[in-house]
Write a protein that binds this ligand. Structure first.
Ligand SMILES: [Fe+2]
Ligand SMILES: [Fe+2]
Length: 550
């Protein structure tokens, strides 16, 4: 008889009767006192479980409870059914809670698709009967039983001679029916076999329920993550999809690092939980942006739209004032020089006004030019000095307002227009950089499981640079987790190539890779990880842009 393989070792129990076992094993105790077990076997007549069966149960129990994966549990349940009952085949039918039907969840072989199509109404077939009554059932002449559902044999090509069916329940909730089919060696199923199968049905029910609970918690958390990302991106829609893309790139890079056999990361191997940890940290890395004021997040040019309107209105007012001054002067000339050649004087004034208007238009055009954000690719050439001088010259000009003389440009406007990179002033940049600290504060409040405990610290380090020039803590190489070093590369790449940032146009992948190569040469990002990112074309993971998280 085949043994199930176990990944755990344990000492063999000494041979004990079945009812001694229940005193020591809570799960078995639960099985033996369940309402389905008691009617079928009385304690006084119950046979003792032999050593081999006891060991099988121990193996099966350990195996079923060692996984929270639905597919694995179901597959193992069927294998266990055939072993415990010494049967040719087993099957597990699960309850579809929406339709109330039973369906075959696990089926193998070339006819598996046809078997999976089969659905039994509640009460239909022998399994349906067990579902309806809640009682285990042995049928030793399946073909002669009017309840037998022949289509299952027709679909599978299997010939059912006899079968034993037990309900699968957990916490009183019906989950499905477990079947063992065709006792080997032409034997029949006996009542004395039933207790083992009922016990197995309960174990399977508990294992499925555990997996259900785990799945529900997992879904709940995934839903929370999605909602959080949506919250970030609804405040800053221009970066829509960024978090998810960074997560895809970073996980891809981690998977490739796992395959690397040479270089400094040859011995690094991220397991499934660690990859999940990286994914959560990456998806939530910019969550702290919820703590940054929205107008700063979405600032597209050096002046805010309201500031631009104010400057435009001011320059219009200056031109109108020049016009009014000219007209007033003409009126004075007309009144004081009535008999002289006023036309020539008027022409002079018009020419002068034309020049002044042209100068003001020039200045306004220059302000508009300065208002455009400086792209990262032009970082090497910061705002040239003559440009700053010209800006100051304009700011020093004054016009006559109703309440006195005023500068053409205010101090905050000059400060914003003098920005050397991007569209943000130093103070605004400081506020944006605060998002990392906000992310850490937020993530630290989540009671992460042991396997995910590093999510906050990984996300906290995604703007650190190996040479200490990053933020918020200015960490250097060894203090920055490798997960964060990978994320930094992916974050920069996506931010540069994203077509939807308000303060810059998209940069081509090759240009972004060139920029990252420069950062690696300067010792700011991890050059070994960047080599993998580039050579293994990790960046292609998001060439087909992922859709925004719903
Ligand atoms: Fe960030
Ligand atoms: Fe980011």
């Amino acid at each position: 008889m085949p043994r199930l393989l176990l990944h755990c070792s344990r000492e063999r129990a000494t041979l004990k009767p079945w009812f001694d076992v229940q005193k020591k094993h809570p799960m078995l105790e639960c099985m033996l006192t369940s309402k389905n077990f008691l009617p079928t076997v009385s304690q006084g007549t119950a046979p003792k479980m032999n050593e081999q069966t006891l060991h099988q149960f121990q193996d099966i129990s350990a195996l079923l409870n060692s996984s929270l994966d639905h597919g694995e549990i179901r597959q193992r349940a069927i294998e266990a059914a055939t072993i415990i009952m010494d049967a040719e085949a087993g099957s597990l039918l699960l309850l579809d809670e929406v339709t109330g039907e039973l369906y075959f969840d696990v089926a193998h072989g070339e006819k598996s698709a046809a078997v999976r199509q089969i659905r039994l109404g509640f009460g239909q077939g022998i399994a349906g009967h067990v579902a309806r009554t809640g009682e285990p059932l042995i049928v030793n002449d399946a073909q002669g039983d009017s309840r037998f559902f022949r289509q299952a044999d027709q679909a599978s090509g299997f010939v059912t001679r006899n079968m034993v069916c037990v309900p699968v329940r957990a916490h009183g909730r019906f989950l499905g029916v477990l079947q063992a089919i065709n006792r080997k060696h032409d034997r029949l199923f006996e009542d004395s076999d039933l207790q083992n199968f009922v016990a197995l049905g309960h174990q399977v029910g508990i294992a499925i329920e555990n997996a259900n609970l785990y799945e529900e918690i997992h879904q709940l958390f995934e839903g929370f993550i999605s909602a959080s990302v949506q919250a970030i991106e609804s405040r800053d829609p221009t970066t829509s999809g960024h978090s998810q893309r960074v997560a895809s790139l970073t996980c891809r890079l981690a998977e490739i690092v796992n395959l690397v056999e040479t270089g400094p990361y040859a011995r690094i191997l991220f397991n499934t939980d660690q990859i999940k940890e990286i994914r959560y940290a990456a998806v939530l890395h910019d969550f702290g942006k919820v703590g940054v004021r929205e107008h700063i997040l979405s600032k597209a040019e050096k002046l805010y739209p309201a500031q631009q309107e104010a400057v435009k209105a001011r320059f219009d007012f200056i031109k109108r004032t020049l016009e009014a001054d000219t007209l007033r002067r003409k009126l004075e000339i007309y009144e004081t020089n009535r008999h002289e050649n006023t036309q020539a004087l008027f022409a002079q004034l018009d020419q002068q006004l034309g020049r002044q208007m042209h100068d003001v238009d020039d200045m306004f055009s220059f302000v508009l030019k300065c208002n455009q954000p400086t792209s990262r690719s032009h970082r090497a050439t910061p705002q040239p000095l003559p440009q700053l001088e010209r800006l100051r010259e304009i700011a020093d000009q004054e016009y006559r307002s109703f309440d006195g003389m005023r500068p053409y440009l205010t101090r905050p406007e000059v400060q914003a227009l003098s920005t050397a990179e991007g569209s943000l002033t130093q103070e605004e940049r400081r506020q944006i950089q605060q998002h990392v600290a906000h992310t850490f504060e937020f993530l630290s409040k989540i009671p992460w499981t042991k396997s995910l405990k590093n999510v906050p610290s990984i996300a906290w380090s995604h703007h650190e640079k190996l040479d200490g020039s990053g933020y918020p803590r200015g960490l250097k190489k060894d203090l920055i987790p490798i997960q964060a070093r990978m994320m930094t590369i992916c974050d920069i790449y996506d931010a540069m190539t994203a077509a939807d940032r308000p303060y810059k146009s998209a940069i081509s992948p090759s240009e972004a890779l060139r920029y990252l190569a420069g950062q690696a040469t300067e010792g700011k990002i991890d050059s070994a990880l960047f080599d993998i990112f580039q050579k293994e074309r990790v960046y292609e993971a998001t060439l087909i842009r992922l859709s925004k998280i719903a």
